[in-house]
Design a protein around this ligand. Structure first.
Ligand code: G
Ligand code: G
Ligand code: MN
Ligand code: NA
Length: 254
């Protein structure tokens, strides 16, 4: 209950902020994008992890106004970076199941893009498999309403859910993010390497972009590149960083 009460006030008290984790070209190491991640610095509770508060936000429905705040914060930031003359990058925003089911989501996003003057192709939404397979017909319709705005759509934590190939083909998805659990034990786990190779082959045959999550070592980079995965994110390159650090990286590189 403490989290719920605090979270209700977090927006008006300005206790929420975004950090950004770079997405990197595994060959050139250039920053090609970022994932935006929500942070909460509570007056009473201190730093609270999204692992703790996102589920509470989801259960209470607070995730809808908070999620809208996140989308607006990210688009405002993209506009600031553009006004500072920084090279444009696409930023991924994590969407919760409740937000995805919200009928007004597409209209909300259109409004935010138009208010901030951000090009839709700079916004990517990260969804999970479980959000899509629950009610596939409705999901396809919801995905199209988002796709039609001109934004891109990614499946987060790919490989941990249960989406079949036939589903993947039906969904207007642009990219798959290979779950960190498969990347973690490369190159020691033969099974995880086989799964990762299978995901890479599947993605390329379906014409989907690929990004590996949780890249922490050079051997992982080598394996991913050798098998045709060009993009990655993870602690090897950078932890999630505050907006100033991200701007610096866009301006000067590593
Ligand atoms: O940033 P960190 O790795 O601690 O995130 C932990 C979890 O919280 C991840 O599963 C991540 O997807 C989720 N998360 C982080 N930011 C957001 C956000 O803005 N919205 C939603 N719905 N989930 C988020
Ligand atoms: O569920 P999602 O993929 O959105 O989770 C993002 C979370 O993963 C963030 O909390 C981020 O801090 C964490 N993360 C990002 N890169 C790495 C990494 O290389 N190793 C580990 N252990 N966690 C990572
Ligand atoms: Mn994510
Ligand atoms: Na992820």
């Amino acid at each position: 209950l403490q989290i719920e009460t605090g979270l209700r006030r977090a927006l008006e008290r300005d206790e929420l902020f975004m950090v950004y984790q770079p997405k990197v070209d595994l060959t050139s190491r250039a920053v090609v994008g970022a994932e935006a991640l929500l942070r909460w610095r509570s007056t009473e509770l201190g730093d609270v992890s999204p692992v703790e508060f996102v589920p509470v936000a989801e259960e209470t429905g607070l995730v809808v106004p908070i999620g809208e705040w996140v989308l607006r914060a990210v688009c405002k930031q993209l506009r600031v970076w553009r006004d500072q003359g920084l090279p444009p990058i696409r930023v991924g925003v994590n969407l919760s199941a409740r937000q995805f089911r919200d009928q007004r989501l597409a209209e909300t996003i259109k409004g935010i893009l138009s208010d901030t003057g951000v090009k839709p192709e700079l916004l990517d939404l990260e969804l999970t498999e479980s959000m899509l397979v629950e009610n596939a017909d409705e999901a396809v319709e919801a995905l199209w309403s988002l796709k039609n705005i001109g934004i891109t759509l990614s499946i987060d934590d790919f490989g941990t859910g249960y989406s079949s190939l036939s589903y993947l083909k039906r969904f207007p998805i642009d990219a798959l993010k290979i779950d960190r659990s498969f990347v973690m034990d490369i190159p020691s786990s033969e099974d995880d390497m086989a799964i990762t190779q299978a995901i890479i082959r599947m993605a390329s045959s379906l014409g989907l972009q690929l990004i590996a999550e949780g890249v922490e070592t050079e051997p992982q980079v080598e394996f991913l590149r050798a098998n045709g995965c060009q993009l990655g994110q993870g602690y090897l390159f950078s932890k999630p960083i505050e907006k100033e650090g991200m701007a610096d990286l866009l301006k000067h590189g590593w």
